[in-house]
Design a protein around this ligand. Structure first.
Ligand code: HEM
Length: 160
């Protein structure tokens, strides 16, 4: 089971890098730029810095997903998906799917351009929307991390 241990370590390191980055962007970078820049410059400043994290988030998300799938296959845990106390397995897949769609489809193909155009029209509301979106993603991610970390120890944080 050495391979399982390696996959688990890789999974956690990728999750730390990826979700830790989302936490940093949400709680430090976005409010910091809001305070430091006038409304019209905020979105551009955020985009310039965040583009580098988006690249990092793409490969950490991909490796977290691959290592997660490998573990599921390796211990034949597919039936966990049919059991309510393993809700955190669904939460992991959902979180992964949401980020994968955002990072690989929505952002490069239309979301970035849409937000850029909206930021020209209404910079304050657009920046607020970007901040809210990050809070939603961070909250979902942290619930998932907490549920999974407790879940592998046999504790169901949802209480059912
Ligand atoms: C396709 C997506 C994913 C799959 C298939 C998957 C699969 C797994 C599996 C099977 C385990 C249990 C390993 C064990 O029994 O020790 C696990 C653990 C874990 N996963 Fe995921 N995962 C995925 C995505 C995610 C995401 C998106 C997050 C975070 C937001 C995450 C966070 C965790 C955490 C914190 C653990 C607990 C590790 C530990 O405490 O040992 N996973 N994952």
């Amino acid at each position: 089971m050495t391979d399982f241990g390696i996959a688990r370590a890789l999974h956690l390191v990728m999750v730390v890098l990826w979700i830790g980055g989302v936490g940093m962007v949400t709680t430090v970078l976005l409010p910091g730029i809001r305070r430091a820049y006038p409304p019209r410059e905020r979105f551009g400043a955020f985009h310039a810095i965040e583009a580098r994290f988006a690249r990092q988030a793409r490969w950490t998300t991909a490796l977290a997903g691959l290592s997660g799938l490998y573990m599921t296959w390796r211990i034949d845990a597919w039936d966990w998906f049919a059991s309510a106390p393993f809700w955190w397995m669904h939460a992991m897949v959902l979180t992964w799917l949401v980020f994968t769609v955002m990072l690989f489809i929505a952002e490069p193909f239309f979301l970035d351009r849409l937000l850029e155009r909206r930021a020209v029209r209404d910079p304050v509301a657009t920046y607020r929307l970007v901040e809210r979106l990050h809070w939603v993603l961070l909250t979902l991610s942290l619930i998932t991390v907490a549920g999974a970390a407790a879940g592998v120890a046999g504790i169901n944080l949802a209480g059912f």
